[in-house]
Design a binder for this molecule. Structure first.
Ligand code: ZN
Length: 431
């Protein structure tokens, strides 16, 4: 805890320096240099030795070789013994939420408490090296408040692309179905019919959503839904996609079952979340239509190990058992067929800050270590449409930079414990 407090203070002092700079109007942005022993190029997958990264303010301005002349009075961050990669990106997180691991804790804590949980979880995620996340589904527009507070510099956290409430059918996976009818339990994003879904998307955008998330099939952690069963008609899915794309918002479809995956791809979504029951035809459809697959292949281990102790009902643990093995096979199939696979963990199902544990699974189930890092950097940036600002260490990009002592291309598990985190030119962690 003491460590976290120290880091927060460090962040605050950095933020106040940034403030002082902006107050002094046109003062030149502060310039610093990073000496990188090994530098990973997330576009080519290649490594350069002894590179120098020049940073001005929040952005990278140059990447050059060891002969670079560094001005004597410049600030130099020495990572010459480290392996340096772009800030990591997780395309499927749920950072808003209670801090209690008890499965039904949400029923006993207010939305405000869940938002405060989000503040804590966002910092843990950043400290784990994840400088950008896509948060897919949150009640009460808490995700938008959190994103805005981070962007304003009030609190430390990753850059966030957020969806607001996920859309879903009445009684489906994106609804809440545990209580008896007299409670009139209902999730924020429930909408049935083409015009109702359009209205919900317009509302989400009105309050600041960056993208749309909807549930195209049942899911593991909902009551009374079957993971293989499709939710929403094609007409409704097409309305969701059309309305979102009209407003230049991408669409993430939660889909486990094969038919639901295919229907969502036909409707024109941008990413398939979970993608548990893929077949060759579904993968090929995704490749042909430029769809990204976001498979969360770590959290099954956590759920099967800790779920019962956390109060997860038997119904849900059994569903996880049924999905887990097939989902890993689907991951292997998608990677082998050359589909675009992003790093996406479903954080919140397992403790926040453990996001990096999925890297070792990605390698075990078919990616090379370089591919695994690319999935969490350049490929994720492409999915967000943020390839002009994150996912790469290159001039013009935000200075979002992570480093580890060892070589993750030799041992990918290095990324479970990153040693250095910079976001937007500010150092948040340095060990
Ligand atoms: Zn999820």
């Amino acid at each position: 805890m003491g460590c976290a407090v120290r880091l927060t203070l460090k962040f605050l002092s950095a933020a106040s320096i940034a403030l002082t700079l902006s107050v002094s109007a046109a003062a030149a942005a502060e310039v610093s240099y990073i000496k990188a022993g090994s530098l990973f190029d997330s576009r080519s997958g290649k490594v350069t030795r002894n590179a120098v990264i020049e940073i001005a303010g929040q952005k990278i301005v140059a990447v050059s070789g060891p002969d670079t002349v560094i001005p004597g009075d410049a600030e130099v961050i020495d990572l010459s013994e480290s392996f340096v990669i772009p800030g990591l990106m997780d395309m499927h997180t749920h950072v808003i939420g209670h801090l209690d691991s008890y499965f039904f804790a949400g029923y006993f804590q207010s939305p405000h408490r869940a938002t405060i949980g989000g503040v804590v979880n966002a910092e843990k995620t950043l400290m784990a090296g994840f400088t950008t996340i896509r948060n897919v589904g949150a009640s009460d527009y808490a995700d938008i408040a959190l994103r805005n507070a981070i962007n304003a510099g009030d609190i430390p956290g990753p850059r966030m692309a957020v969806s607001g409430p996920g859309l879903g059918i009445t009684g489906g996976h994106c609804d809440r179905n545990s209580l008896n009818p007299s409670f009139e339990e209902r999730s924020d994003g429930v909408a049935d019919g083409p015009w109702a879904v359009r209205e919900q998307i317009r509302k989400n955008i009105k309050y600041g959503a960056d993208l749309t998330k909807f549930c195209a099939t049942g899911g593991v952690f909902s009551k009374g839904t079957k993971v293989g069963m499709t939710q929403y008609t094609l007409e409704e899915m097409q309305a969701i996609v059309d309305e979102s794309h009209t407003h230049e918002r991408k669409v993430a479809a939660h889909a486990h079952g094969t038919e639901g995956i295919k229907r969502a791809i036909i409707a024109g979504v941008d990413s398939i979340e979970h993608a548990s029951f893929l077949d060759e035809e579904a993968v090929q459809m995704g490749i042909d239509r430029d769809v990204y697959f976001a498979l969360d292949i770590y959290n099954t281990e956590y759920t099967l190990e800790r779920g019962a102790a956390n109060g997860v009902p038997e119904e849900n643990i059994n569903k996880e058992r049924a999905v887990g093995t097939r989902q890993r096979q689907s991951f292997t199939l998608a990677v082998e067929m050359g589909a675009k696979v992003v790093f996406a963990t479903d954080s919140g199902v397992y403790p926040h800050g453990d996001n990096g544990k999925q890297f070792a699974r990605a390698v075990r189930f078919g990616m090379t270590p370089a591919q695994a890092i690319q999935s969490a950097t350049s490929v994720s940036a492409d999915l967000l449409g943020w390839e002009d600002r994150v996912g790469e260490i290159a001039p013009g990009m935000y200075a979002d930079i992570v480093a580890v002592d060892g070589n993750p291309l030799d041992d990918i598990a290095e990324l479970e414990d990153v040693d250095f985190v910079m976001k937007g030119g500010v150092v948040y962690k340095s060990e």
